[in-house]
Write a protein that binds this ligand. Structure first.
Ligand SMILES: Nc1nc2c(ncn2[C@@H]2O[C@H](COP(=O)(O)OP(=O)(O)OP(=O)(O)O)[C@@H](O)[C@H]2O)c(=O)[nH]1
Ligand SMILES: [Mg+2]
Length: 337
């Protein structure tokens, strides 16, 4: 589907622009144009009225079917924008959900996504149904209120049901992890999305898991044996500004990290120095959020075939070409021994 990207010109602009482009591509959208606003955010449309008109003209003449905002929008802004632009408007949160949905292989991941979507939609539905009912039946405010309330009540019911089902999955995952811990040590591979975590797991274990130049290829932690008594666990990638509702939905997946015996923090040597540092910060913040700071860490510098060395202590590898893989394996075994 043809789309355009809209964003405010704020900090980390180039990296955010590249990242939203990657997300759009992974989501299956072709990006025809970027609309950048230099001025600060406005309440009604986030961008100014003039910008909205510019976007409107463009999408009309180019038959664009979707407008993607890099910045987060509230329900009122989405509604106002959709009314003006007459095509669906989504923001980075919705786009991440769409990407997750494309990659959700398991029932558990699908439920996690549905949960995040429902939570996200409540204020929007409240507003949309409220407004529609009021304009359709002037003077019948109370019956409109009833419809809104029963819709919202149904959503809450569904949320409860999903949470219950997810709880069963987390329990099972926890039990599995427990059994594995009895059999040996767990090493989790963490890092920003697309740095090559799954490629490393495959290179170290020959597991043959799906690796792709897309964001969030891996949604569910997957484990494979590295050697007798050592298990490697691949995890969902981190990303800047991941909405906390999403972190909440995937917390069971992330929680497994804090129970591991060693954490490999994977970094991408092909990133610019600034981006490298930012991704490192995001990894550390995320590990703190999931209370995994007690677990010893080892930093791995991947993609050295296309990047340059970085300051700090890293195990340098190229998972794609197998460079340094044997050394990494030895380092892991030694540090656990
Ligand atoms: N040049 C180069 N590319 C690599 C290397 N390791 C991985 N890649 C590529 O980087 C892309 C992402 O690899 P993945 O292993 O899927 O990355 P990931 O961290 O698991 O990503 P998500 O699961 O999507 O968060 C793929 O296109 C890989 O082929 C490497 O050492 N060198
Ligand atoms: Mg992966």
């Amino acid at each position: 589907m043809k789309s355009v990207i809209v964003m405010l010109k704020e900090g980390e602009f180039e990296e955010r622009k590249e990242e939203i482009g990657m997300l759009a591509k992974t989501g299956g959208y072709a990006v025809l144009e970027h609309f950048i606003q230099d001025k600060r955010a406005r309440a009604k449309f986030l961008v100014g009225k003039g910008k909205v008109e510019e976007i409107h003209d463009f999408i009309k003449s180019h038959k664009v079917g979707l407008v993607i905002f890099e910045n987060y929008l509230n329900s009122r802004q989405i509604m106002s924008l959709e009314r003006e632009l007459r095509v669906p408007v989504i923001d980075k949160y919705d786009l991440i959900l769409n990407v997750f949905e494309r990659h959700a292989g398991s029932r558990e991941a699908q439920l996690q996504i549905e949960l995040a979507r429902l939570n996200r939609n409540i204020p929007y539905i409240k507003m949309a149904t409220g407004i529609r009912v009021r304009t359709d039946h002037p003077g019948f405010g109370s019956s409109g209120e009833y419809i809104v309330r029963s819709t919202i009540a149904n959503i809450h019911k569904r949320i409860k049901k999903i949470e219950g089902e997810l709880e069963k999955y987390s329990k099972r995952t926890r039990e599995q992890a427990e059994r594995r811990r009895k059999k040996g040590k767990i090493v989790s591979i963490v890092g920003y999305t697309n740095v090559g975590k799954t490629t490393i797991l495959n290179a170290l274990t020959g597991a043959g898991k799906r690796e792709r130049d897309e964001l969030f290829t891996t949604l569910k932690s997957k484990t494979a044996a590295l050697s007798e008594g050592i298990f490697l666990m691949d995890t969902i990638g981190f990303i800047r500004n991941l909405p906390h509702e999403l972190v909440y939905a995937f917390r069971a997946t992330l929680e497994e990290i804090k129970n591991s015996d060693l954490i490999l923090i994977v970094m991408d040597a092909s990133d610019s120095d600034e981006e490298f540092q930012r991704k490192k910060d995001i990894c550390e913040i995320t590990l703190a959020k999931i209370e995994a700071l007690d677990v010893p860490v080892m930093y791995v510098l991947n993609k050295i075939d296309i990047g340059k060395s970085k300051e700090g202590e890293y195990v340098p590898i190229s998972a794609k070409h197998g460079t340094g893989i044997e050394e990494l394996k030895q380092e892991i075994i030694e540090s656990l021994g």
